[in-house]
Design a protein around this ligand. Sequence first.
Ligand code: NDP
Length: 292
Amino acid sequence: MALILEGKPVALEIERRLRDELAEIDDAPGPPATASAVLVGDDESSRAYFRSILRTFKRVGIDVNAREISARISEEHLRIILGELNYDPDIDGVIVFQPLPDHLDRELPANVLSADKDIDGITYANAGRLSLGVPHLVPSTPMGGIEILHYYRIPIEGQHAVVVGRSPIVGQPMALLLLGENATVTICHSRTRDLASLTRQADIVVLAAGRSDVLTGDMIREGATVLDFGVNFVDGKMTGDAHESVFDVAGAITPVPGGTGVVTQRVLAANTVKAARIQRRLLQEPESVNHR
Ligand code: NDP
């Protein structure tokens, strides 16, 4: 049976690291580390995520300025609000929950937010920096995957990582982060021919397809590590993208629930603290994870 890569100890380790950095911020002049969480409209899952982030940030010791905005807001008005947050000296980081209501451009936050306050790594500047190997603030979900691999001392350098999924928030940045850690990376997607022939070559398989059972035990080699980001509901039960047969073949695997999802919000908190250190000039240069 595979080693189960629980997310909770990783989350607690990130929280421990943040305590020291938050103490440094508290000792510096200015307000405490503060994030603005912007929720537009009434999407139920966004609201649940919004509430959960408020709880996590409070626990960690980050102030949250919660902005709940009517679904009827115009694009111009939202642009003004985000622009004001960019210049608000009391706000260190901003997260805008997706999906936005249909009449609003989904890309608006990526276009408007300041890269230094972009705690979920969605802006074009931060995506570009990551792709050029000079990451600044990176998307929290894939960074959580890297944190899990580091915490459990799973080697990345020189390993073949196969990433299933290429979305800008999970699959693609995960592939770039793994590349930055000197893995050899293959990216797969819905048009990939013969997925199994690729996943069977992998030392690390990353699942970010959002399709239950996209990976079965016969599609990996014995002892491979599997990071499962998938969130699916089958008969009312939350499952990942890995079929249960994967647990008999993998060397290590993140469970769903209890794996990657638990770490994501702590990385978001870590990004907020990093943004707060940047605003206060406690951190001058972006840290690079790229060893090339
Ligand atoms: P998207 O739907 O945006 O992307 C899915 C990706 O998977 C696409 O690139 C798609 O290919 C690819 N794909 C779909 N079906 C297959 C298949 N059968 N074989 C190979 N590739 C396939 O999803 P997200 O990236 O936003 O999210 C992925 C999963 O991660 C979801 O379940 C989501 O709920 C979850 N998630 C988990 C988080 C966490 O903290 N654990 C946080 C955020 C999301 P193509 O590009 O060709 O369409």
